[in-house]
Design a binder for this molecule. Structure first.
Ligand code: AR6
Length: 174
């Protein structure tokens, strides 16, 4: 049984195997949760991201794709970087956002993570509605967990405020 749950908090302090970063294609840090993760992880994380950009992802990580690095000084073992769709750039296809969650879980299981924490990808700077993000996130994670029995112990949504937390609580209850 994989638990799927929502808590309010700061994802950088989560004691899980992997935390997911709502990054951008450049993979070199930014604001929001991306900035918080890089600040807490320290320069090792940025160095690993630079190496990804020098190699396979030299053109940037596509929207909906995910890739793992180590986690620097964070309590987690891995950071899984994914790029959400940016509504301000006309990226409104729910399948792109769903792909962020499913590809992140694919990558988490590939590296051997048993516990994964997600932020509300695309619900900040990228301009998606909180309820829509919550519905897509919960449906996608539930479907992935159903298709991969026994792969993960827990998937935890870690939400940075009461309103976004409530959106996920409601989505989990429906
Ligand atoms: N822990 C958990 N959630 C957080 C934290 C935290 N420490 N800090 C912020 N959030 P955003 P996006 C929440 O804007 O919309 C960056 O500059 C935040 O309140 O971080 O996918 C990247 O580099 C919101 O609910 O991500 C990209 O350029 C959620 O995380 C761009 O922003 C997502 O907000 C990505 O935009």
């Amino acid at each position: 049984m994989t638990e799927v749950e929502a808590v309010q908090g700061d994802i950088t302090t989560e004691r899980v195997d992997a935390i997911v970063n709502a990054a951008n294609s450049l993979l070199l840090g930014g604001g929001g949760v991306d900035g918080a993760i890089h600040a807490a992880a320290g320069p090792e994380l940025l160095e690993e991201c630079r190496r990804l950009r020098a190699g396979r992802w030299h053109d940037g990580l596509p929207v909906g794709e995910a890739v793992a690095t180590g986690a620097g000084d964070l309590p987690a073992r891995w950071v899984i970087h994914t790029v959400g769709p940016n509504r301000h750039r006309g990226q409104t296809d729910p399948a792109l956002l769903a792909s962020c969650f499913s590809r992140s879980l694919d990558v988490a299981s590939e590296v051997g993570a048993r516990s994964v924490a997600f932020p509300a990808i695309s619900a900040g700077v990228y301009g998606w509605d909180a309820d829509e993000v919550a519905d897509i996130a919960v449906a996608t994670v539930r479907s992935w967990v159903h298709d991969h029995p026994g792969q993960l112990d827990v998937v935890r949504f870690v939400l940075f405020g009461p309103a976004i937390h409530q959106a996920f609580v409601d989505a989990l209850a429906s």
